[in-house]
Design a protein around this ligand. Structure first.
Ligand code: 6PG
Length: 242
């Protein structure tokens, strides 16, 4: 397995390249079986990605959409990762409701996480201690090198058994529900999309500092022999050696 870095001139180009990669993975999965699975991240960067995915000439039948993480808000809240995807991908691409597996983050975090885990277990037909293997997981990265809702020093970064959990994000004074590292690492393919000058120091740390996911959660997958494709714009990559 390998880690590839793709550096594109701007955020739009990085999002387009990431979309093409994701669609290629899904197409390959659907060529082999009737269903494919993707887990999406949220924030602001994905909006460009979702636009390219929705605009592509792609048959979404059989593609099941999950989330990497979610904020503790209802699905119609502007902070909701589901809302972003619903408006920019699921709606425009006409992905049917029965293929959309939303985190019910309007509920108490523990209940939302439990229901999400149950839905994942049922969909993937998992054995008791088995982890789901998504065909592709889309991740972002914060300026503090967090990924998913795994922020630096989060104890669950050491977990490799559980599927998802509620996490208290001190710096945001907010609960989140997030997939846990075991699931992130189990993905057949991972696409990390990062854009913006503000991410450059974290990108540099992720690639240049010693492997320490508790310090740099976005390093998850980098040294674990996984297939991880990074899509960066020039701004985010500006501190990397060329
Ligand atoms: C979230 C995301 C998170 C995101 C980073 C980057 O819920 O916020 O899942 O992990 O990928 O925070 O967010 P931006 O794209 O907004 O910089």
């Amino acid at each position: 397995m390998s880690v590839q870095r793709h550096i594109l001139e701007d955020a739009e180009a990085a999002a387009e390249a990431c979309a093409n990669y994701v669609l290629g993975v899904l197409e390959e999965a659907l060529a082999a079986r009737s269903q494919a699975t993707i887990a999406l991240s949220g924030g602001s960067t994905p909006k460009l990605l979702f636009g390219h995915l929705a605009a592509a000439n792609f048959k979404w039948a059989g593609v099941h959409v999950f989330w990497v993480d979610e904020r503790p808000v209802p699905p119609d809240d502007d902070r909701s990762n589901y809302k972003l995807a619903a408006e920019t991908l699921i709606g425009p691409a006409g992905i049917p409701r029965q293929q959309v597996h939303r985190i019910r983050a309007e509920l108490h975090p523990a209940a939302a996480a439990e229901m999400y885990v149950d839905e994942i277990r049922t969909f993937f037909k998992l054995l008791p201690n088995e982890l789901p293997r998504f065909d592709v997981i889309h991740r972002g990265m914060g300026a503090d090198a967090h990924t998913a809702s795994l922020f630096p020093a989060q104890p669950l970064i050491g977990d490799r058994e559980k599927i998802a959990a509620p996490v208290q994000v001190e710096k945001l004074q907010q609960w989140r529900i997030t997939l846990l590292p075991g699931v992130l690492l189990a993905a057949y393919h991972t696409a990390v999309l990062v854009a913006g000058d503000d991410k450059a120091p974290a990108v540099q740390s992720v690639f240049e500092e010693p492997y320490d996911p508790k310090k740099y959660p976005a390093q998850l997958g980098l040294r674990d022999g996984k297939e991880v494709e990074w899509f960066l714009d020039e701004g985010a990559a500006k501190l990397l050696p060329r």
